[in-house]
Design a protein around this ligand. Structure first.
Ligand SMILES: [Cu+2]
Length: 140
């Protein structure tokens, strides 16, 4: 996977500042020995947009996941993109949509912070990015 990083950086280097509001962000403290984690936040975009890419130095890769009950079993699915309708908050929360963090270089500990870079694509196909720093917390 590591060789993909320079390509991704090149693709997104033309990003400019986006104007999606990102609130209530947090990452779940991870269990020592586990290399995966999860993060949650609420997006509110003033125009139709899509979250198309997320990265952080705190994880090898980040995927957008949905979660729902299927035949009595919780199933997670990777989304290529997350659609954000204009002025309709999209809340990522435990048990539902989440950012899944893979290949954590070290456990996420409560009290630490995780900085994410998110890329959004608007209806015209223009890609913009923004950064958000969220606290690591124990799950409620
Ligand atoms: Cu997941």
């Amino acid at each position: 996977m590591r060789f993909l990083i320079p390509i991704v950086l090149f693709l997104f280097s033309a990003c400019t500042q986006a104007d999606v509001s990102i609130t209530d962000g947090w990452a779940r403290a991870s269990i020592p020995g586990q290399s995966v984690g999860a993060a949650y936040m609420t997006f509110n975009s003033p125009k139709d947009s899509k979250l198309v890419y997320v990265e952080t130095e705190s994880a090898g890769s980040v995927e957008i996941h949905s979660m729902k009950m299927e035949n009595g079993v919780m199933k997670m699915r990777m989304l290529e993109e997350l659609t954000l309708k204009a002025n309709q908050p999209e809340k990522l929360a435990p048990g539902g949509l989440h950012l899944m963090l893979f290949d954590l270089p070290k456990p996420l500990k409560a009290g630490e912070k995780v900085k994410f870079r998110l890329c959004f694509k608007d209806a015209s196909g223009k890609i913009t990015d923004q950064f958000v720093t969220v606290p690591v917390k124990e799950a409620d």
